[in-house]
Design a protein around this ligand. Structure first.
Ligand SMILES: *Cc1c(COP(=O)(O)O)cnc(C)c1O
Length: 367
């Protein structure tokens, strides 16, 4: 018998969330297309699994690794594939050309490498401008050189302009977005050709809250997987469905007296006679070790909380008020019936990190 833990991945929910993202981006007259962001192994959901679930509907797939892009092409994906950080060295370019990839260009040197590579085909690029996040992107000072390079380059088939928001998910979102949009427009002010190019701005948070950012291509990530990008709004109220459900079973029950402690460090001390359920799930499965006692968990369909520290292969939960629960009762760690965002918030992180951390040893069941 394998351990009872598994992750259920719901391809129908993934499709639902993708279509919701694109419909949001098309409010009003919009014609926006949507990259399905499948970086980081589709946020832990499995790259090829996610691509298969979205193959009929997605306008394109966006990710980071060249090797992952090639795997998508080998699996028969025909849509555009966007490399979100572009290529890393000139040697990558022949592979990019052979697989018809779309490249983010965020440094001037990338354009120079592209020109010198003398590729047999021209490639579409997404020219990434740094509008204030100060992570990736070209600055205003670099744009004159970029324009000269583009004018001289036979390597580029089409340009889309792109930037990324630093705070679309936060309290100061509106002001920050307005400021970044102004900087973005300002950088392009005396570049008439650029005014004719398509634009890609929005991540999940911007798609959901700032329809003015939809433009030509949006880039939903976390919302595809049923996570809310917002601390103050849950995924269900946004119409999103959970895609990953991490579930397991109770493998032992301990009845402890007042004053008894639970787990490493004895951080939980019973203040009442307590029925402790031991769950086959620990940090080596990807459950966050820093989730404190009191983190929500669902046992036999009922909400309760964890007790004490998370161990490598197990964690404890409170069954005192769940008399019908016992050995073999089903447990949901997050997903259907328990929002990953709620677990993440209790653990001081975000659902992105929970999903990405799902361990390889956890078997995946597709539904
Ligand atoms: C990861 C990423 C996204 C998706 O962001 P979410 O917050 O998950 O929607 C969009 N654009 C870029 C450039 C990214 O790196």
């Amino acid at each position: 018998m394998p351990r009872p833990i598994a992750a259920r991945i719901d391809g129908g929910a993934l499709r639902h969330n993708y279509l919701l993202a694109r419909n949001q981006a098309r409010r009003g007259e919009g014609r926006a297309r949507a990259w399905a962001v499948v970086k980081a192994n589709a946020y832990g959901h499995g790259l090829l699994r996610a691509a298969r679930a979205l193959a009929d509907v997605a306008d394109g797939f966006a990710l980071l690794d060249l090797e992952e892009a090639v795997r998508l092409r080998d699996a028969g994906i025909r849509q555009p594939i966007l490399l979100l950080e572009g290529f890393f060295e000139a040697a990558d370019l022949a592979v990019c050309a052979a697989h018809d990839l779309t490249l983010v260009v965020h440094r001037l040197e990338q354009l120079q490498m592209l020109r010198r590579a003398s590729l047999p085909v021209r490639l579409p690029i997404f020219l990434k401008l740094n509008s204030g996040m100060n992570r990736l992107g070209l600055t205003a000072a670099e744009l004159p050189a970029v324009r000269r390079e583009l004018a001289a380059s036979p390597a580029v088939s089409a340009v889309t302009l792109m930037t990324h928001f630093a705070e679309a998910d936060g309290d100061g979102g509106e002001a920050c977005i307005t400021w970044q949009l102004e900087r973005f427009a300002g950088m392009l002010a005396d570049w008439p050709e650029a005014a004719t190019w398509p634009v890609s701005l929005a991540n999940s948070a911007a798609i959901l809250r700032y329809p003015q950012t939809a433009r030509d291509w949006v880039r939903p990530g976390i919302m595809l997987y049923g996570g809310s990008p917002f601390a103050d709004q849950d995924a269900a109220s946004l119409g999103l469905k959970p895609v990953m459900t991490l579930h397991s079973r109770i493998l032992a029950v301990q009845e402890i007296a007042v004053g008894e402690r639970v787990g490493y460090g004895g951080t939980f001390v019973a203040r009442r006679p307590t029925r402790v359920g031991v769950v086959a799930c620990g940090y080596a499965d990807g459950y966050p070790r820093h989730a404190p006692g009191g983190t929500p968990i669902v046992v036999a369909g009922q909400a309760t909380t964890t007790l004490g520290r998370v161990s490598m292969d197990m964690l404890a939960c409170d069954l005192t008020d769940l008399p019908a629960a016992g050995v073999n009762s089903p447990v949901v760690l997050w997903g259907e019936g328990l929002a990953a965002d709620a677990v993440a918030a209790a653990a001081g992180t975000i659902s992105y990190e929970l999903f990405c951390a799902l361990a390889r040893r956890v078997p995946v069941v597709e539904v």
